[in-house]
Design a protein. Structure first.
Length: 302
């Protein structure tokens, strides 16, 4: 942000101004409830009787958060034109075990000019409400994220571990779901998988070992999502095969043609590729701290 300082006479006349460019850069950690932020203030313009500015800076935060290092530099810094001051601050969330807490960071600058009586030297602002920091102690570790920045689960068609799974997901997202996000459903994976791929499906999944050795049912949307769990009879049964340097998608059953109106996909994917793709999702949940009901995007790249 930009901050303007005005030096006024006792009669309210403008004697000079100073313009400051304020930049902050905040980094959260998936394994810590301490959040670090770099702060830089640069004087970019002065006019009239204002030749330099004395700048003090401090921070605090809301809710169950404490600014454990609330000043980027001690006292005040005297800065002339094009001079800058930099430092770092830190916040720690005191979120209770098993709980989550969201907070905003708050900033305060105290600006004066030497030899002059300060007039309205205080500048205050808060971080955006739509980009609150969320710290939680709900997973195996404590950590913080900014939920407004939705997590992205990315698969690659060229990944040797799970390219076939990526091909199935790409078909589902691109042809059936318009790349809609998924929502984590903690504890529902087994029941959802049984309805889509297992014994609870009204249309059992039939492996095709002649085409896919160690064939398995890889469902999309994932069994671990609220969007998953559709009866397998409603899903498109597809067969991803790697041919001539690219993944081709075939209908897996002649008695069940793909209509492109299905809400889900059952892909014929080798079990090791299926499990590898699932492991990538499990890792994302931890590293991006995706909590129950929270949304995430699934993208597939070449």
């Amino acid at each position: 942000m930009e901050v303007t300082y005005q030096l006024l006479s006792d009669k309210g006349a403008l004697l000079g101004t100073g313009l400051m460019d304020v930049k902050t850069s905040l980094t959260t950690s998936a394994t810590s409830t301490t959040v670090n932020e770099a702060v830089t203030v640069k004087v970019t313009k002065v006019s009239g009787q204002v030749k330099n500015l004395n700048i003090a800076f401090d921070v605090k935060c809301t809710s169950a958060c404490t600014a454990t290092g609330n000043r980027p530099w001690p006292g005040t810094k005297t800065l002339g034109l094009n001079a800058q001051a930099s430092g770092s601050v830190a916040y720690t969330s005191n979120v209770a075990s098993g709980a989550r807490d969201s907070f905003q960071t708050q900033y305060h600058m105290y600006v004066t000019t030497t030899g002059n009586i300060p007039t309205q030297p205080n500048v205050n602002w808060d971080s955006p409400t739509q980009a609150k920091i969320r710290c939680d102690a709900e997973l195996t570790s404590r950590g913080c994220v900014i939920p407004e920045r939705r997590a992205v689960l990315e698969y690659s068609l060229s990944d040797p571990k799970h390219g076939s799974a990526a091909a199935a997901y790409s078909f589902a997202q691109g042809h059936l779901r318009n790349w809609a996000p998924l929502s984590r459903a903690d504890g529902l994976a087994n029941a959802n998988r049984a309805r889509t791929c297992g014994a609870q499906s009204s249309d059992p999944f039939v492996p095709l070992p002649q085409h896919v050795p160690n064939d398995s049912c890889d469902e999309f949307p994932f069994a671990g999502s609220f969007e998953g769990g559709t009866d397998g009879a409603q899903c498109a049964d597809i067969l991803p095969l790697y041919e001539n340097g690219q993944w081709m998608i075939y209908e897996a059953r002649t008695d069940k043609p793909v209509t492109y109106l299905e809400p889900c996909v059952r892909g014929h994917v080798a079990l090791d590729a299926n499990e590898s793709a699932g492991g990538k999702y499990g890792s994302l949940v931890k590293t991006q701290r995706i909590l129950d009901t929270e949304k995430y995007d699934v993208n597939v790249i070449a």
